[in-house]
Ligand binder design. Structure first.
Ligand SMILES: Cc1ncc(COP(=O)(O)O)c(C=O)c1O
Length: 383
């Protein structure tokens, strides 16, 4: 049994989530998407081994690395990936930017469904491309794709790329095969390439299962660039390790070259060791983590359901998306919670205009802390 109950001291210089806020000394940070659990001991052991060897010369991802990654894809998703299709890179956003630069020209349109992880819109804009925004439809507290709007915008704005988040952050949707087929069909019809960010793939709840976009069909796989990483699943964000999977060999060569040209390519030795340990030894830890997160989710729903906050039921991720429209007149609700409850959550607006009256709560923390935070939030909304 792994320990998710112990409170870990993260009050160390440079820890982004635990950044100090003036005047608040009992802050509970529930914003940035990393977990308050120590990583599994097997990963720490692997890193200690590398440190003890003390060999830090140039180092490549070796055969064992590719075996670990492809083995994970096969065991978890029944997804056969050839080692040659994988490009290791230091982060998912790095990979998205490489793919965007290869698949589009300046001023090309890139389709994004919002609300979504805020870096999507930024990476598109700040790389000189134009975001085409489609809003997800909130159908009885569950996000769905508006296919008609999607098709209309693709046509009107001559969209070149879909930047897709699967599973979905912040709404916690784990897209079904039917939904994936519908979306990818439209992309194939209008020759829209797909960049599929699957960083939350391993974090599915309540029997929902992630389907890699490349499994929809061979044609879809050839039309897609998939981003994957062990960093969310195993709480290794500071290690900066990810993989781009590019089934189309021509596109792969272009992305590989682009990565090299940008200077942002390959992993460091620690990233390689951590990835191998996580994927080779992490099944049990992840299983226990998901049970713990699921219990935390249930607690959030139980505690907040008798308030005017409306909690979306997540099918995946350790993030909860909460509609705070009932408290609209109080202004920015994340700020209200920070001031009244000393709980820091993510502001919905970071995820796009349609997230304006929402907050996102990260529940990957020991249950004792979650209970304290929920108590404070309930007192704040009762005031
Ligand atoms: C959907 C999504 N993509 C990418 C990232 C960041 O990935 P990386 O740190 O590997 O760039 C996050 C982090 O929260 C995320 O939620």
């Amino acid at each position: 049994m792994y320990d998710f109950d112990s409170v870990v001291n993260r009050n160390v210089p440079g820890d982004i989530k635990y950044e100090k806020i003036k005047g608040i000394d009992d802050l509970i940070p529930m914003w940035v998407a990393d977990m308050d659990f120590r990583c599994m001991p097997e990963v720490s052991d692997a890193l200690v081994k590398v440190a003890e060897e003390g060999l830090f010369g140039y180092y490549d991802a070796d055969e064992e690395y590719y075996k670990a990654v492809t083995g994970w894809f096969r065991r978890r998703y029944d997804w056969e990936v050839d080692a040659a299709e994988i490009i290791p890179i230091p982060g998912v956003i790095v990979g998205i930017v490489h793919a965007l630069n290869v698949l589009t020209k300046p001023d090309d349109h890139v389709l994004i469904f919002q609300p979504v992880y805020g870096q999507f819109e930024r990476c598109v804009k700040w790389n000189g491309r134009i975001p085409t925004i489609c809003d997800l439809k909130n159908v009885n507290g569950r996000y769905e794709i508006d296919l008609e709007e999607m098709e209309q915008k693709i046509r009107e704005e001559q969209v070149k790329v879909l930047l897709w988040c699967s599973p979905h952050n912040p709404g916690g949707r784990v897209w079904t095969m039917e939904e994936l087929k519908a979306v990818t069909d439209l992309c194939l019809t209008y020759d829209v390439k797909i960049i599929s960010d699957e960083i939350h793939a391993d974090l599915t709840l309540g029997g929902h299962r992630h389907i890699p976009i490349a499994k929809v069909s061979k044609e879809v796989a050839q039309n897609s660039v998939i981003l994957s990483s062990p960093t969310k699943s195993f709480n290794l964000a500071g290690i900066q390790a990810a993989n781009i999977v590019v089934p189309d060999p021509i596109l792969r060569k272009q992305i590989d070259r682009r990565a090299f040209a940008s200077g942002l390519f390959e992993l460091n030795k620690m990233g390689i060791a951590a990835t191998k340990a996580a994927y080779n030894l992490g099944e049990a830890w992840l299983t226990e983590l998901l049970v713990y997160v699921e219990e935390n989710m249930k607690l959030v729903i139980k505690e907040l359901d008798d308030t005017k906050l409306s909690v979306m039921r997540p099918e995946g991720t350790y993030l909860v998306w909460i509609d705070c429209s009932a408290y609209r007149e109080e202004g920015n609700f994340a700020k209200v919670l920070l001031e009244k409850a000393h709980v820091r959550v993510s502001e919905g607006i970071f995820f796009g205009k349609s997230g304006e009256h929402f907050i996102r709560l990260n529940v990957a923390c020991p249950r004792r802390i979650l209970k304290e935070a929920l108590g404070r939030i309930k007192r704040a909304v009762a005031e």
